[in-house]
Design a protein around this ligand. Sequence first.
Ligand code: TXA
Ligand code: MG
Length: 341
Amino acid sequence: METKIYKITSPHDEAIKEVGRILEGGGLVAIPTETVYGLAGNALDGETACKIFSAKGRPSDNPLIVHISRFEQWTPLVKHIPDTAKALAEAFWPGPITMILPKSDLVPQAVCGKLDTVAVRMPENEIALAIIESAGVPLAAPSANLSGKPSPTCAEHVIEDMTGRIDAIVDSGDCSVGVESTVLSLVTDVPRVLRPGKITAEMIAEVVGEAEIDDAVFEKLREGQAVSSPGTKYKHYSPEAAVVLVRGDFEKYASYVRENAAEGTVALCFEGEEEKLCVPCVTYGKKNDPASQAKNVFDALRAVDKIGAKKVFARFPESEGMGLAVFNRLLRAAAFNIIEL
Ligand code: TXA
Ligand code: MG
């Protein structure tokens, strides 16, 4: 399949109509959002959802997020919108939070991995919103990477993974947030964060009084443990290289790297630390700045493979606030492998 590339930098670009027509006709298009690029298709068509799973190589029991551009599009997708959900939508939409509610019959089973709930979000990116409007239907869109690879935060990442597998890629430059949306379940007694993102549990609790964080954000699922979000049971964000998260201050980290360096060792560190390390380095943002770490972490995980890393010693990010999102992605990239110094 030939994959067309559209460079679009304005929500008023004429090409958005063409992209809308491809989507309306059942095609697949990678689109920018403020978090990561999404692999979009008509969310109301089960066959299109199946094509998304196969283009990504994604297990079909891992459900897709449905993207809307207006509040009214939410009502027909779900059984009922509780007041908590309305308040959160008012506070954070358009923006990087996805809410899970019981699904209506309008949403095909294939989109929801056969669960009886549906995850919905209204992205903030103006080009994404214009594309949803132009398609005239809500769009199912997982991150536009091959399953298991780091999520794509620029068009080049999507081109690497998806060329020849989908109809088109919209190139709108770098994503501003860089980690995927917060996934929040509203079918639990207390709203529960299944995947941390820029909108933190603290911010959610400020709006609705309380919020908890699912154990799977911090820990590997135990044998036989019930899964609240199917995404948490699959290998994720993994470079080819083996990643280890190294916890300790910079001096200790630098000595650890020095003592354990071998051929193919790469340091995944913060900006400005490179000159004090004795191995090739890839940086992922600034120390004490979770927003810059979020913006760079996926590109850095791809970059270590490009320089042929065999083993990656990653600096430990702060895990507070938005830092939790960065920590969670690195923890998965490292397959929960942490060294405490
Ligand atoms: O920022 C984002 O959310 C990006 C952009 C493109 O919008 N999308 C994204 O989609 O990250 P994806 O498919 O890569 O991740 C969706 C996550 C998965 O972990 C999936 O298991 C979970 O959301 N999920 C989706 N529907 C769910 C549901 N009904 N119940 C529980 N978890 C759900
Ligand atoms: Mg994904």
